[in-house]
Write a protein that binds this ligand. Structure first.
Ligand SMILES: [Zn+2]
Length: 274
């Protein structure tokens, strides 16, 4: 039984601001430890519940947050960017279930610590077939293309509520309660790890209950930028439709094309080196 774990950081215990989220932040090195501990808790519980193989994707910021020497030797880890399937790189039909660790609410959710979708700096909305997505539901749609269901999510209360409302009855570990974009009341790391272990154990134990999240194809992707010029320039491309001043549309045959298109527009710049 293969399990895929996609790990973000905004929904990790204690995270409330950028001080914990990037190498420039004064608390980042300590919070990499907490993120790694939460992933480890999920790994331990999944193996204990019958998983035989686990792939983890480090899916926050630079994609180089998780501490390799603190992870068990019987997993493999996806690191850094760009990658065609973004936060789900490495997923395929051979997996039995997906676990989201450290997830956060979407850019269209008025609650949740560091709520955003894919790019807090650049995107104001991300829709599939007219429906606003969170990173959780977008990534679930990628997994769904391979017939793999999401079985569990951890994060703040807003993230767990939003992702559960989009995906149905999945297991959720609420490791903090958000008061707003930059504040929360949080569990302590060991309690969060215990809760994640418990929910992963329960999810893997009833893995047959979960259904893949599938979007109908062809898929209409809609991206709303915070700024004006990305929409203007992208609309020069014949495959892109200008929906309004800040939004573009892209029609694609499946979620793989959607993911590659999105990774492209979020990463391309002509000065890229090497
Ligand atoms: Zn993140």
């Amino acid at each position: 039984m293969k399990i895929y774990i996609s790990a973000d950081m905004e929904g990790v215990v204690g995270v409330v601001t950028g001080d914990q989220l990037s190498p420039q932040g004064f608390e980042y090195q300590r919070f990499r430890e907490f993120m790694t501990q939460e992933v480890n808790a999920a790994i331990e519980a999944a193996f204990a519940a019958g998983a035989t193989e686990i792939v983890v994707s480090d899916s926050h910021g630079n994609g180089e947050n998780l501490l390799l020497e603190k992870l068990p030797k019987n997993i493999t880890l996806v690191r850094s960017w760009p990658r065609p399937l973004m936060m789900m790189q490495g997923i395929d039909e051979s997996f039995a279930g997906v676990i989201f660790i450290g997830y956060h609410a979407s850019t269209t959710d008025s609650e949740g610590v560091r709520a955003h979708t894919m790019s807090s700096a650049n995107l104001a909305d991300l829709k599939l077939n007219g429906k606003s997505m969170s990173e959780g539901s977008f990534n679930a749609a990628i997994a769904g293309q391979f017939n793999v269901p999401v079985i569990m999510v951890s994060g703040d209360d807003a993230a767990v509520k939003e992702v559960s409302s989009q995906l149905g009855d999945i297991e959720g570990a609420v490791v903090k309660s958000s008061y707003g974009f930059h504040s929360a009341r949080t569990l302590m790391p060991e309690a969060a790890n215990d809760l994640i272990r418990e929910k992963v154990k329960r999810a893997v134990g009833r893995i047959k209950d979960f259904k893949p999240y599938k979007v109908t194809t062809p898929v209409q992707l809609e991206v709303r930028f915070k700024n004006y010029r990305p929409a203007e320039l992208l609309s020069y491309l014949a495959v892109v439709e200008r929906i309004d001043a800040h939004s573009i549309g892209f029609k694609s045959k499946d979620m793989i094309e959607v993911s590659k298109f999105l990774e492209f527009i979020l990463n391309y710049e002509p000065g890229l080196t090497p």
